[in-house]
Design a protein around this ligand. Sequence first.
Ligand SMILES: *[C@@H]1O[C@H](CO)[C@@H](O)[C@H](O)[C@H]1NC(C)=O
Ligand SMILES: *[C@@H]1O[C@H](CO)[C@@H](O)[C@H](O)[C@H]1NC(C)=O
Ligand SMILES: *[C@@H]1O[C@H](CO)[C@@H](O)[C@H](O)[C@H]1NC(C)=O
Ligand SMILES: *[C@@H]1O[C@H](CO)[C@@H](O)[C@H](O)[C@H]1NC(C)=O
Ligand SMILES: *[C@@H]1O[C@H](CO)[C@@H](O)[C@H](O)[C@H]1NC(C)=O
Ligand SMILES: *[C@@H]1O[C@H](CO)[C@@H](O)[C@H](O)[C@H]1NC(C)=O
Ligand SMILES: *[C@@H]1O[C@H](CO)[C@@H](O)[C@H](O)[C@H]1NC(C)=O
Ligand SMILES: *[C@@H]1O[C@H](CO)[C@@H](O)[C@H](O)[C@H]1NC(C)=O
Ligand SMILES: *[C@@H]1O[C@H](CO)[C@@H](O)[C@H](O)[C@H]1NC(C)=O
Length: 531
Amino acid sequence: MGLFCVVVSLVLIYTLNQRFYSGDWHEIKRTFLVCSLSPIKLRTCPCETTASLSPSPCVGLSLCVSLPAFAEQILAEAKSAIRRMMESLPKLGGLALLLLFFLSSSTLTSVEAYDALDPNGNVTIKWDVISWTPDGYVAVVTIFNFQQYRHIPSPGWTLGWTWAKKEVIWSMMGGQTTEQGDCSRYKGNVPHCCKKDPTVVDLLPGTPYNQQIANCCKGGVISSWVQDPANAGSAFQVSVGAAGTSNKTVKLPKNFTLKAPGPGYTCGPAKIVRPTQYITADKRRRTQALMTWNITCTYSQFLAQKAPSCCVSLSTFYNDTIVNCPKCTCGCKNNATDPGGCLDPNTPHLESVVSNSPSNQPLVQCTSHMCPIRVHWHVKLNYKEYWRVKVTITNFNYRMNYTHWNMVVQHPNFDNLTQIFSFNYKPLTPYAGLNDTAMLYGVQFYNDLLSEAGPLGNVQSELLFRKDKSTFTFEKGWAFPRRIYFNGDNCVMPPPDSYPWLPNSSPRLGLPKLIPFTPILAYVLLLFLHL
Ligand SMILES: *[C@@H]1O[C@H](CO)[C@@H](O)[C@H](O)[C@H]1NC(C)=O
Ligand SMILES: *[C@@H]1O[C@H](CO)[C@@H](O)[C@H](O)[C@H]1NC(C)=O
Ligand SMILES: *[C@@H]1O[C@H](CO)[C@@H](O)[C@H](O)[C@H]1NC(C)=O
Ligand SMILES: *[C@@H]1O[C@H](CO)[C@@H](O)[C@H](O)[C@H]1NC(C)=O
Ligand SMILES: *[C@@H]1O[C@H](CO)[C@@H](O)[C@H](O)[C@H]1NC(C)=O
Ligand SMILES: *[C@@H]1O[C@H](CO)[C@@H](O)[C@H](O)[C@H]1NC(C)=O
Ligand SMILES: *[C@@H]1O[C@H](CO)[C@@H](O)[C@H](O)[C@H]1NC(C)=O
Ligand SMILES: *[C@@H]1O[C@H](CO)[C@@H](O)[C@H](O)[C@H]1NC(C)=O
Ligand SMILES: *[C@@H]1O[C@H](CO)[C@@H](O)[C@H](O)[C@H]1NC(C)=O
């Protein structure tokens, strides 16, 4: 296991990251820790799970390696590494193809939902049966967002499930199903929904009081757990008919699906848990639900398959070069096929153009990267004991005010962050011994709103780090972040070989000598895992 992780770390760092320059042991340590601390499960799985993602024929059962935290990281990084290799090193095209082949044919693609920076993050759906009725029960369903930094943004969550028997929903409060379905077998009282697989959405703010319950009616928007715990939940009430009427006969609904708003979440089965206890307002009496079950859903960037929406640019005080976001990160500006695809900030009467174009489409400012969000990392000053970074987040979207925005940054020096100006800071430390990831977010009423594109469409902060003499260096891109997320989405970094150099430093080493062999090494390793 240890050896396995060493090999995986080295392979990952050499081939995929291209970030390993001598001295950057932090990357190896991190990869190794994440690998060895994530639950690695070996299990057999049906062929189709891999065959659907793999061009290679699949015979019988293959051994699936489920490396939750890790596989996603490998896949995500491999994808961008392959893209970078294809773009910058045409000569290595053959190698890239080999890499692509090993990735697509490897069973690592059967990953479980997981987020390496928030491995315990989940959305928990809790059903509390609060009363039995003559033909069923009344339950309060609560959705908790236990993710540190990922919100459920507008247009909000959509929750679906399949009834175990012929249940119907007589009525709902604080939420509604999107379709009623066929209720023709009911005379007189018609149920709210008769579908076998109902789909529920939240009600909008401003719903009449007699249709509300506590924590409902926020248009399905839920905050992340760290930023706004008071708004990290959402609730609705269902009155279920044609169902069991005691904790022995009730059948749990199955096959839960959560869209929040798009795909990306995978939900487990409902599990009966200890009934929820309620404390009365005067705190002198406890009541409890008649029965409670929980469903846990986890997010996977791999499943969400989102196109990039954010990119990173870099600059330093010691080199005039500003490394811009990679070109066409989030799409290409194209006059011929998509003339109104973006908006030139110098357009006269900009505001009327924005308000007159169809309002359901995003409208970004014309840039070479076309991303709605750019994060700029400027290495600003070098003191004897400290060094200082300025971070600016710029909004290029004319149609979006980001309320409660957040950013996650990974850099080895976050374990000695001394001061941060005008942003909130919370260290994310899911792996013991690694304190290299920070969640940064706005201060309420000051800069927690990132305004739409324009003169006000940016927020900025400065970070002061204390130097650790044994690791600190301005060389080899060490001072730049390793990974940035904005609102839970990965921001595309420029390729490491374009990073600004220190003056007088010799040009960077070419690719490490091992490069030509590592894809083969990796392939052998994966073949070995394949069995
Ligand atoms: C969901 O997240 C909460 C809060 O982090 C955690 O206590 C709980 O164990 C998680 N549940 C699962 C099934 O991982
Ligand atoms: C069930 O969900 C609730 C609320 O999300 C949580 O507090 C509780 O710990 C969960 N129970 C189990 C056993 O996961
Ligand atoms: C059902 O209720 C009985 C008592 O009313 C209790 O003993 C039993 O544990 C409950 N079963 C479940 C699955 O909650
Ligand atoms: C579960 O839901 C998905 C999508 O809604 C559907 O494709 C699948 O057939 C369902 N499975 C069962 C066992 O109902
Ligand atoms: C795109 O169109 C604008 C005006 O419509 C024009 O000024 C610009 O030169 C065009 N760019 C290209 C690359 O054709
Ligand atoms: C963003 O906020 C500003 C000021 O509150 C408002 O004028 C503008 O219409 C908002 N834009 C969008 C797209 O909601
Ligand atoms: C991580 O580092 C920060 C900054 O030095 C510190 O405030 C925080 O307590 C550390 N967290 C852990 C878990 O070590
Ligand atoms: C940096 O942080 C680490 C871990 O918190 C600590 O062991 C080390 O002494 C710190 N270094 C400096 C120079 O403060
Ligand atoms: C700044 O960095 C670039 C690489 O991005 C390099 O080409 C250039 O020579 C460097 N400038 C100086 C003054 O070292």
